[in-house]
Write a protein that binds this ligand. Structure first.
Ligand code: G6P
Ligand code: MG
Length: 222
């Protein structure tokens, strides 16, 4: 069986992917840009600054903005986001996540968080899940974001666990690519057209089942 599970946060453990979208949408509107959910798929899993760059790239009139101004906009988005996450309680844990975490712990398997979000510790605290994680990788110490495998390999290296003994759970295309490039077993949560590269895919978190994941993991490792 696997030795380490590495979970993404936003859109896997709780629906903060929606809050990130709403906060970016509000910021974009303040800049006179409209973004939709389809475009938002490209923002999932990537850092705050990279997301801002992708939004600014949509409007030729916004090119060449000074770094200071970009930082101000990124902070503004984060203010919108922090306002939204104030409402989070343990009731906002997505279905299927708590039983999966419970089984992982019972089986003596390590659990890490591999999220690009600097707000991740605060969100886990609000959900009441902070103590369940053996490690939260600090995204400020990750040089290359998803789809680079670094955030996932950092978690495995911390525990000296071979990458082939790790399972990564993700809702973003960039995250699935990162897990695959790390040589880990990728579990995708979401639509098959976005996450087709996943080693195993479920349509939503309620379908995350420990035994099924391990069965697929073992089959892939044969
Ligand atoms: C995750 C989310 C992204 C978010 C990024 C940075 O990767 O999927 O939507 O932009 O984290 O989050 P932060 O809270 O640091 O702005
Ligand atoms: Mg995510």
């Amino acid at each position: 069986k696997p030795k380490l599970f590495i979970f993404d946060l936003d859109g896997v453990i709780t629906d903060t992917a929606e809050f990130h979208f709403l906060a970016w949408k509000q910021l974009a509107e303040e800049l006179g840009i409209t973004i939709d959910r389809r475009f938002n798929e490209e923002l999932k899993g990537i850092s705050r600054m990279e997301s801002l760059e992708k939004i600014l790239a949509l409007d030729p009139a916004l090119q060449g903005m000074p770094l200071e101004e970009k930082k101000r906009l990124a902070e503004k988005k984060n203010d919108h986001y922090k306002e939204l996450i104030r409402t989070i309680t343990p009731d906002h844990i997505l279905p299927g996540v708590e039983p999966l975490i419970k089984r992982i712990k019972e089986e003596g398997i390590l659990l890490a968080l591999g999220s690009a979000s600097k707000n991740a510790p605060a969100v886990l605290q609000r959900l009441g899940l902070y103590e369940d994680f053996d490690l939260i990788v600090d995204p400020a110490k990750v040089k290359k974001g998803k789809p680079d495998p670094e955030i996932f390999t950092k978690a495995a290296d911390h525990f000296r666990v071979p990458y082939s003994a790790c399972v990564g759970v993700e809702d973003s295309a960039a995250g699935i690519e990162a897990i695959n490039r790390a040589g880990m077993f990728s579990v995708g949560v979401g639509s098959a057209d976005v996450l087709s590269a996943s080693a195993y895919i479920v349509p939503d978190t309620s379908r995350l089942d420990f035994d099924r994941i391990v069965e697929k993991f073992n089959r892939a490792r044969e």
